[in-house]
Design a protein. Structure first.
Length: 209
């Protein structure tokens, strides 16, 4: 009887641990999904800014090319637009590097956005590590419950064997003991059913996430 009570307590404790771990796991997965969405928003914003900057650069180059035109007036009074030829220079050898270092070039990306992306990526890595730790704890809890279930099965088989051995000449104490064992057996079966349902729901939630 004390063994059945101990097993009952262990099963209840493991079921509660699994429920808490499942809630923590879902919370971490939601936080990871939110950070991934925020990261994608920042990436989209950076690409939009780069595209806008490229379009402005092309527009500036086009305006510069339009300004690089000369107006020539002919003796007949007509005006002609003659584009300037860009000067070209041929380099025989490169200039040796200078020992004086200039100021650092400005970054094309917004440093504030870059910092946010770095923080978001770092937080995503931390959450993924925490999710991995919780999954390991869930695996350990699952193995413990399986071990307890196996012990319950062995105890049930032993009860059945003793019942068959004592059948035919049983005393009142033996009958009372058997009744208590059957009551404990029903309780353990109910706990096994609850544990199985919790595990089924947990595995289903992992598959849909």
């Amino acid at each position: 009887n004390s063994e059945a009570i101990r097993i009952k307590g262990d099963l209840f404790s493991n079921v509660a641990d699994i429920r808490d771990l499942k809630a923590s796991l879902r919370k971490l997965e939601h936080q990871t999904a939110d950070l991934k969405f925020l990261n994608n928003q920042y990436v989209h914003k950076i690409r939009s800014l780069e595209k806008d900057g490229k379009a402005k650069t092309e527009r500036i180059q086009l305006l510069q090319e339009k300004n690089l035109q000369a107006v020539v007036q002919t003796p007949g009074g007509k005006k002609r637009n003659i584009p300037f030829r860009r000067q070209r220079m041929q380099i025989d050898q490169p200039v040796p590097p200078s020992g004086i270092t200039g100021p650092p070039l400005p970054q094309s990306e917004d440093p504030y956005v870059a910092d946010l992306l770095y923080v978001a990526d770092d937080r995503i890595r931390e959450l993924q590590q925490e999710v991995s730790v919780f999954k390991d704890k869930l695996d350990v809890s699952e193995r413990v419950v399986k071990n307890l279930t196996h012990k319950v099965d062995l105890r049930d088989k032993e009860i059945e064997r003793l019942a068959l051995a004592l059948d035919g000449g049983r005393s009142h104490d033996v009958i009372s003991l058997e009744a208590r064992y059957r009551s404990n057996e029903k309780l353990v079966a109910h706990l096994n059913l609850q544990a199985s349902q919790y595990f089924s729901k947990f595995l289903y939630s992992l598959t849909i996430n």
